[in-house]
Design a protein around this ligand. Structure first.
Ligand SMILES: Cc1cc2nc3c(=O)[nH]c(=O)nc-3n(C[C@H](O)[C@H](O)[C@H](O)COP(=O)(O)O)c2cc1C
Length: 153
């Protein structure tokens, strides 16, 4: 079993949560070879990160940046895991009102600091959550899970 960690920010019942459900569905469609640990970023810590062989990050855009919860996760884990998660494959999805680019840039800069590698371009969903957006989230979850299961990342 490959270990996949999903962390998410955003308020309860919000758009990021809806996108996260679709990402989780996509992971589930990819077979039985993945153990998924899906947690709110605020309750996720260094031990979760050290357990993970792949990482999915979901966040809303707040003031041109990632949510405070996701930033807090990075703040708390960077030094405790330093040098021990290099090469971790990750993917990012963002729920934004009308932009999202600042969030992508800021998460990518931090991920580079951890020396993680993106498995796909960041997925930005702007505005309302449409069926098309949910479909793209399912695809992202499935791509991560399949790649991990097959050992191609
Ligand atoms: C405090 C706050 C700041 C926001 N700042 C931005 C922003 O800078 N750019 C943007 O495109 N949307 C911004 N938004 C809109 C949210 O990104 C958008 O509504 C998102 O879908 C919310 O996701 P959620 O329902 O999971 O919280 C902001 C929303 C809030 C509450």
């Amino acid at each position: 079993m490959k270990h996949l960690l999903l962390i998410f920010g955003g308020h309860s019942g919000g758009r990021t949560e809806a996108l996260t459900r679709a990402v989780v569905e996509g992971v589930g469609q990819a077979g039985d070879d993945i153990e998924l640990r899906s947690k709110a970023a605020l309750t996720t810590g260094a031990e979760d990160l050290l357990w993970a062989e792949g990482l999915l990050i979901g966040t809303p855009e707040h003031f041109g940046y990632m949510s405070g919860a996701v930033k807090d996760f990075f703040d708390r884990t960077f030094y405790p895991v330093e040098g021990r998660t290099e090469g971790l494959p990750y993917a990012l999805y963002v729920s934004a009102g009308n932009d999202g680019s600042g969030t992508v840039a800021s998460v990518e800069r931090i991920a580079t600091g951890y020396r993680w590698k993106p498995i796909a371009p960041a997925l930005i969903v702007r505005g309302e959550v449409t069926d098309d957006a949910l479909g793209r989230c399912r695809e992202l979850g499935a791509a991560m899970a399949q790649g991990l299961a097959l050992g191609i990342f």
